[in-house]
Design a protein around this ligand. Sequence first.
Ligand code: 13P
Length: 390
Amino acid sequence: MPLVNMKDMLTHAWENGYAVGGFDLVGLEFLDGIMRAAEGERSPVILSLAESHFEYYDFELAMAASVAAAERSSVPVAIHLDHGASLESAIEAIRLGCNGVMVDASHHPFDENVAATRAVVEMAHGCGVPVEGELGYVAGVEGEDAERHPGEVVYTHPEEAERFVAETGVDFLAVSIGTVHGRMRGTPRLDFDRLAAINERVQRPLVIHGGTGLEDAQFRRLIENGVAKINYYTALADAAAERIRANRREGAGYTALLEGVREAVAEETARCMRLFGSAGQADAVLASAEPWRPVEHVIIYNVEGLDEAGVHEMMRHGREVLGRIPGVRRVITGEAVQEQARYRFAWLVEFVHPAVIKSYRDHPGHTAFADNHFRPVAGDRISIDYRVVE
Ligand code: 13P
């Protein structure tokens, strides 16, 4: 499964002078096009799902497709929540399979941004998941995404960036140095001196939002100054829309209109991968990055002092409270098929990463359930954490 730890992926990019694209997808054509490009270019890739786009697709369904695409891919993939709006959405994204999350509190004053970001970092790090924060504000100018990023650009201040990283513990920092969400109007002017000063102080992978419309030489200078992730969307959406317009003819149906959209998305994505220098880096990333594999927390047990209805109620309650704990992907409760089985019942709790073994054990939701509802009736039990092996 070439889902890999996103922190390892971006550290490799940062140390080796290239950037990985965080390509926002808004449908299956995008997902397919982005993955075709990554396979064709032998490039690591970040499948990016922006909360600001959730009105256009079902996040849970898109995550299932993204996880499936990553599982069958031969190049390293990370799945990232872009522009996460709250702690709750970060928890949900991790539950559904994101192994990187962004918390976007950049429109709030510094202290509020720090508090909101730190809360996500504490939760996500307990799940082994790295976090991207944003300081400064990347506004929108033109194009379908611009209205989702209203207001004026606020540039990132280098000293504040250093303080922000120290106080929040973010793994990657999105900075504002003159890029905008959506299309550019005129020639983009980027403040590279500011970026160099931020890079000097922050010393970790930097992220650029608003990749659309930058010139080739600008991408190179961004990367030279510490940018290891470039978010890219509008140009993909424009290439897809242009293709649909070209397909328009009397009586054209839905599939006829979509013809060639995947290829158009793939072409623009592949161009970015060559430009960002990530093309050809897949094998090096696979060799250096932790494979992102779940852990199965298995308990088999017998019950004393509860009738069958009581056991089923205890299981239902457990599925509900344990399923909400950050880093838990799913909770399955089981009953032995064979009447004579040494152990009658089972829990199968899937954690997104080994880090969850500890954070789950210490979580108040788990300790309350275990101490009050489970352990008193299930003295006869075995529990083991299994790392998935491939
Ligand atoms: P563009 O749409 O300008 O490429 O920006 C994408 C982005 O930054 C998503 O977070």
